[in-house]
Design a protein around this ligand. Structure first.
Ligand code: NAG
Ligand code: NAG
Ligand code: NAG
Length: 526
């Protein structure tokens, strides 16, 4: 057990400086050739739906789904070495193949543009979600998370993440209320339309913004990207004037979204953000002229018009989003303290603590069966929504987000509730699959993402093995899908969904350190 952990750890500490600069040069030359290269490379949207040899030697014979070398969009020597090491060590050859396909998927297929300028402040990275040619703040932070672990010793990864932080800064400065963005102008990539008919305030430029659903976790994800990078590298070179202004923007937005529906004297308050879509789907637009259902005053919670599934919130105090925001604000305050922005640091920390207290005060209810549990959404009047959705942040993921200890009784009650058919309307079970889904795809499909979070929040080896087996069974294309039909896993959505692939890789890397015995032959030869 110790041997396995040490080996991986020693790898994580490996330096790849000269390799990194070689890779950098390679990337630049690929970029120069890109018009030719792109023409010859298959569209990954199509490539991901077909099986490519060689097949794994496990019972599922999983295909090899990485594009050929010349068609990969970004490369990191540390990522390649870790794939080799994991391939050699993971016992289950299907699991090894799924890791091999998923771990580099964001680098291979979603870095649609990277500018590696000499000055840190000028680096840029545009990371698309996969089959849609736009960048989500939430997805891109999650897509990059498994590379943060290796960034300290791999310059190519540091350049990529620093660029991603800067690109997100530009988005947050431009349109802090929006969730998904077009390629930056300098990339020369054309914007696309989301095909919807939306009326949104504040108005935005649709050559910059792909979609403008206001979701509190988008802003928390922006903070998280920098917080994770700092945590893993100790590097604060991204903290410049623009990043600080973006943090100011986030704080201003939070205060706007703490404005309740009515003032203390009962008059209706103006709301900065409104969203209406011409649609027949209730989850795609907001009630009451685009404001959403009323919320009470004096809660210290922050509204979220939409959920991380991009579905409208029923009650706008979305608890997992507030929990995530509280954690990330407190982490950002540490960075601000380090760079001597004391006043801002205190403000940000206080806001984080205030929201955290609001979650415990208003977001915890007593359930007749499960006892004290976190609600998914509340309105501050005492009404609450009991459910969980697979998308992150979720209730199931609260310890992964850093909000609560996994052993905390309130969390354990909540976990039991959201993983049961009695407690969670979106816990879906069928003959072939079971897990948490959500209204976004509907009540026939569960999301593999929820099984991965289940693994990350348990210590039970048997539970972990059963969940890994189910994820494998639901990934016949050698990639992790968005959702699968619980009665027929071959019926799935999104063959190319980079976030799910990244989360799978993060889960395997977590197991490699925390539970090596479920992956490796810990007593064996090596
Ligand atoms: C990174 O996070 C860990 C765990 O939360 C913490 O103990 C550590 O102090 C952090 N490191 C930095 C540089 O912030
Ligand atoms: C709500 O907060 C206001 C100050 O913002 C205070 O005057 C009022 O008493 C509070 N109401 C309750 C019920 O706590
Ligand atoms: C759960 O965590 C909260 C917040 O830290 C704490 O107040 C509470 O006592 C904890 N509950 C248990 C049972 O440990």
């Amino acid at each position: 057990m110790i041997g396995a952990a040490t080996l991986l750890l020693s790898f994580l500490l490996l330096t790849g400086e000269s390799e990194a600069s070689r890779q950098d040069a390679l990337y630049r030359s690929q970029q120069q050739q890109s018009p030719y290269r792109r023409q010859a490379c298959p569209d990954y949207r199509d490539y991901a739906t077909r099986l490519h040899p060689p097949y794994s030697t496990g019972k599922y014979r999983l295909p090899f789904q990485r594009p050929v070398k010349e068609c990969r969009l970004y490369s990191s020597p540390a990522v390649e070495s870790l794939i080799e090491e994991m391939n050699a060590r993971i016992n289950d050859k299907d699991l090894a193949r799924l890791f091999e396909n998923c771990f580099p998927n964001t680098l291979d297929t979603t870095v649609r543009w990277h500018l590696n300028a000499d000055k840190v402040a000028d680096k840029q990275s545009f990371i698309v979600t996969g089959d849609i040619n736009a960048q989500w703040l939430r997805d891109s932070t999650n897509q990059l998370a498994q590379y943060q672990l290796l960034a300290k010793d791999d310059e190519a990864l540091r350049n990529l993440i620093l660029g991603a932080i800067n690109t997100q800064v530009d988005f947050v400065l431009r349109s802090p209320y929006c969730n998904a963005f077009q390629p930056p102008k300098a990339s020369g990539l054309a914007p696309t339309s989301n095909g919807q008919d939306d009326t949104v305030h504040p108005v935005y430029d649709n050559t910059v913004v792909f979609e403008c659903k206001y979701e509190i976790d988008s802003l928390a994800s922006f903070l998280s990207l920098g917080n994770q990078y700092y945590n893993h590298t100790g590097d604060l070179s991204f903290v410049g004037e623009k990043w600080l202004s973006a943090v100011d923007n986030v704080m201003a937005l939070i205060e706007e979204q703490q404005v309740p529906s009515f003032s203390n004297t009962g008059s209706v308050q103006d709301q900065v953000y409104t969203f209406q879509r011409r649609t027949s789907l209730g989850t795609e637009t907001l009630n009451l002229g685009g404001i959403g259902n009323p919320i009470n005053h004096n809660t210290s919670l922050v509204r979220s018009a939409f959920r991380p599934s991009d579905d409208a919130a029923i009650m706008q105090f979305f608890i997992p989003g507030n929990a995530m925001l509280a954690v990330e604000l407190k982490r950002t305050a540490e960075i601000l303290k380090k760079v001597k922005q004391i006043e801002l640091a205190n403000f940000v920390r206080k806001k984080g603590e205030e929201i955290e207290a609001g979650v415990w005060k208003h977001g915890v209810i007593t359930h007749p069966v499960f006892g004290k549990v976190f609600a998914y959404e509340v309105d501050g009047y005492g009404s609450h929504i009991i459910m969980d959705d697979a998308n992150l942040p979720s209730l199931l993921a609260l310890p992964v987000l850093g909000f609560v200890d996994v052993k905390n009784q309130t969390y354990q009650n909540t976990r039991k509730m959201v993983l049961s058919r009695e407690g969670n309307p979106y816990f879906l079970t069928g003959t072939e699959f079971k897990g948490i889904g959500g209204p976004h795809i509907g009540i026939t499909h569960a999301w593999p993402i929820s099984l991965l979070i289940e693994i990350l929040t348990t210590d039970d080896d048997d539970e972990i093995l059963a969940l890994l087996a189910m994820v494998l069974k639901a990934s016949p294309l050698g990639l992790v899908h968005e959702s699968v039909n619980v009665r027929r896993v071959k019926d799935y959505t999104r063959s190319w969904f980079a976030w799910a692939n990244s989360l799978f890789a993060q889960t395997i890397l977590d197991l490699a350190r925390r539970k090596p015995q479920v992956l490796f032959d810990v007593n064996g030869g090596r």
